[in-house]
Ligand binder design. Structure first.
Ligand code: PEP
Ligand code: MG
Length: 756
């Protein structure tokens, strides 16, 4: 067999070279091969890294240190990581490799080109997807010396604490995981952004392009409100453009790194792209989509006249029923199972049954994840799959909420999926109707609300807002044109860290927690610039955090649903509450006046008053801040007038809980799912009286539970005077239509009765 070279230029790379260049390197090679204008790059292969380990002796000395490591002991983990990283940084890079890297770099503006140095980790049989984000990238590197240093730092980052922890949890052997390093021309974009080559929700042939001034990071991270252009590939015309006020941009620093600066005033409100640029970008997007066979999520940058395509990956939110394999229609297909359709969409793929979270490493891109019930620590796996099927749960369980937000079809509460379905079996999941079919079948896609979210939105007197749980969904949520965010759950924002809030406090790592929360909330605030965003304080039942670092200290409760969650826990755990308040304070200080705070699980006004007083003590100007409560315990609906006297600015029905606490029906228990009735007269009576009371006092009253995504319930709510509703991303179009229609009916009936 031919020996793998140490250096490969993009033009030499094919997608089969994944073990040499990692997923990132292979996909850049592929893009360059199909003629996309990818910035120039070469890759220092995993072979070069292996040689380095062997020649430096690290191959023998590095790995015994991990053998008996208890990764749950964070101090021990940090120590082992530091030792390993130091050893990699101190080791000598073979002179011959250094020479090869120097020679390659000489071909990039004679060794003066500014480059990005990116890690591209890979395991034998697995592309880098599951390692993404755990190794480092260094931007804005110039000169041989810094380049070699950045390369070595990438190698060292393979042994960062987070990477070690992840591999241990997923059962990967530290010794056999490899890393390649991509050295690529850093495009100093004057303008940059992202593009969906088809509509990310409906799949229509519309290219949706978002962009802003400076480097693309600002758009990708959601830290600016970008311009948005919609290009219709059928008419070959730009059919919609939304020019945002682009106040800030990220640019490269002279020496190293990047910085955020204000955009010159006269450029802030100018259209970023000409129609010609939109058309060219859309054409490149189409090339990528045609080549990969599925709609793509593309990162792009422009310098002068030159357009660069920086990355292209499948949009995971569109689940096309089109399939290369033979397909049947539903008429002849065998239904294997039925549950509740929890997240709309249709997808076919191979089943992977996961019985323990540590097995999620087995999940591949495009699989159908079948499990008893999902947990927060399964989210990385949930991101990859084409559909999700669970034994347990109802429409408001974790799996349902996360799937809707990821845009992944899901069927929950099948009772027996983990027994009936077998790993490797091909099935088709209909997340709307709740059926699991044998094999790959074709189901005609309903395009009922197809263009609604890009066409000019209907104006409704009742605000239609959107629920968000994951910052990565912020752009999709904003693209619906919703009037704000009626519920931002923050539980998921800290999931990436895989540690409980208590862990951060116990380990003096509070700032890290604040930063993570800050980043996530800010992404959503920026995406909804000028619109209100109600962030809910932490509300995680203790069992959901059990598998995370620190989870062992969570109390074991007989019924976590009725236990230590929501504001009652924060009031008793001031440290945990203080970290959240500190984050909000920083955001308010940054001028984010659109931020409002909502307290979950309140049962008495004293809890609202107590929480507000704590915020005041910690320096929040509580008279100015927008503070409200969830109504999700019957007592809070009954005592709503007292809450209003206590000074709430708004209230929002959390019907997921309100229904279960009114009817004594566990929302996650599939055996009683049929009795879980949003329109039970007792539930409606509580809601109605609370709405009337809020209206009398001029207090905004809303809904953010799942019932707010269901048209019949929303019709009833509008008829009874609710002032806003907040729905899931996938439901916005139909809810907006329901609200508009109901309002029109009310107007019509009033006119008729006047004339009668
Ligand atoms: C609710 O109870 O309706 C709600 C929105 O909160 P969660 O689903 O997070 O409990
Ligand atoms: Mg709730």
């Amino acid at each position: 067999m031919k020996e793998m070279p140490d250096i490969l230029w993009l033009e030499e790379i094919r997608k089969e070279d994944i073990s040499a260049v990692g997923g990132k390197g292979a996909s850049l090679g592929e893009m360059s091969a199909i003629g996309l204008p990818v910035p120039r790059a070469f890759v220092v292969t995993s072979h070069a890294f292996r040689q380095f380990l062997i020649e430096s002796g690290l191959e023998k000395t590095l790995f015994p240190g991990f053998a008996n490591l208890d990764v749950e002991d964070s101090e021990e983990l940090e120590k082992a990581a530091k030792k390993a990283k130091d050893a990699v940084m101190k080791a000598r890079v073979p002179a011959s490799l250094k020479q090869k890297v120097r020679e390659a770099y000489q071909h990039m503006e004679s060794g003066r080109m500014v480059v990005a140095v990116r890690s591209s980790a890979t395991a034998e049989d697995l592309p880098d997807a599951s390692f993404a984000g755990q190794q480092e990238t260094f931007l804005n590197i110039r000169g041989e010396k810094d380049l070699l240093l950045a390369m070595q730092k990438c190698w060292a980052s393979l042994y960062g604490a987070r990477a070690i922890y992840y591999r241990a949890k997923q059962g990967f052997d530290h010794q056999s995981v490899n890393i390649a390093v991509v050295i690529q021309q850093l495009v100093q974009s004057e303008k940059a952004g992202v593009m969906f080559t088809s509509h990310p929700v409906t799949g229509e042939p519309l290219s949706i392009i978002e962009g802003s001034w400076g480097l693309g990071e600002s758009v990708v991270s959601g830290s600016v409100s970008p311009d948005k252009y919609v290009y219709d590939q059928r008419s070959e015309k730009v059919i919609d453009r939304l020019i945002a006020n682009k106040r800030y941009q990220i640019i490269s620093e002279k020496d190293h790194g990047t910085k955020t600066v204000e955009v010159p005033r006269d450029q802030q409100d100018v259209a970023l792209l000409s129609d010609d640029e939109v058309r060219k970008l859309a054409t490149f997007g189409k090339i990528a989509e045609t080549h990969y066979g599925v709609p793509q999520d593309v990162e792009w940058g422009i310098v002068g006249e030159n357009i660069y395509i920086l990355q292209s990956r499948p949009i995971t939110t569109i689940k096309s029923s089109a399939s290369a394999s033979p397909s049947r229609d539903t008429g002849t297909a065998k239904i294997l199972l039925q549950g509740q359709g929890a997240s709309p969409g249709i997808a076919s793929g191979n089943v992977v049954v996961i019985r323990d979270v540590k097995d999620t490493g087995k999940v591949r891109e495009g699989d159908i994840l079948v499990t008893q019930m999902t947990n927060p620590d399964m989210v990385p796996a949930m991101r990859k799959v084409a559909a999700i099927v669970t034994d347990e749960g109802g429409l408001t369980c974790h799996a349902a909420i996360v799937s809707r937000e990821l845009g992944t079809p899901a069927v929950v509460g099948t009772k027996t999926a983990t027994q009936v379905l077998k790993t490797g079996q091909t099935v088709t999941v209909d997340g709307e109707k709740g059926f699991i079919y044998e094999g790959t079948i074709e189901i005609p896609r309903e395009k009922a609300q197809a263009a609604a979210s890009v066409a000019a939105p209907l104006i409704t007197a009742t605000s239609v807002k959107v629920n968000v749980s994951m910052p990565e969904a912020a752009a999709r949520a904003a693209a619906t044109g919703a009037d704000g965010v009626g519920l931002l759950r923050i539980e998921h924002l800290i999931l990436g860290l895989n540690k409980t809030p208590g862990w951060f406090i116990a380990n003096n790592r509070e700032e890290e927690f604040i930063q993570e929360l800050y980043k996530g909330i800010k992404t959503v605030l920026d995406a909804f610039y000028g619109k209100s965003v109600w962030v809910r304080t932490l509300d995680a039942p203790t069992d959901e955090f059990r598998n995370m670092a620190g989870g062992e200290h969570e109390p074991i409760e007989h019924n976590p649903m009725l236990g230590w969650r929501g504001i009652r826990r924060d009031l008793q755990s001031p440290d945990q509450f203080r970290l959240q308040v500190e984050t909000f304070k920083r955001l308010w200080e940054q001028g984010y006046d659109n931020l409002g705070i909502m307290f979950p699980m309140v049962s008495h006004p004293s809890e609202f008053i107590g929480a507000r007083e704590m915020m005041r003590q910690w320096g929040v100007d509580v008279e100015k801040a927008t503070l409200g409560v969830m109504i999700e315990i019957p007592s809070s609906a009954i005592l709503i007038e007292d809450f209003i006297h206590a000074g709430i600015d708004f209230a929002s029905f959390g019907t997921n809980d309100l229904i279960q606490y009114t009817l004594a029906i566990d929302r996650n228990n599939e055996h009683v799912a049929g009795m879980y009735q949003p329109k039970h007269p007792a539930v409606l009576a509580l809601i109605d009286s609370a709405i009337q009371c809020c209206r009398e006092h001029g207090v905004e009253v809303s809904i953010c539970g799942q019932a707010g995504s269901e048209p019949p319930m929303v019709k009833w709510l509008v008829e009874h005077g609710i002032t806003s509703v907040s729905a899931n991303i996938d439901a916005i179009a139909k809810i907006r239509e329901t609200v508009a229609r109901t309002e029109q009916q009310i107007i019509l009936e009033n006119a008729r009765s006047r004339n009668a």
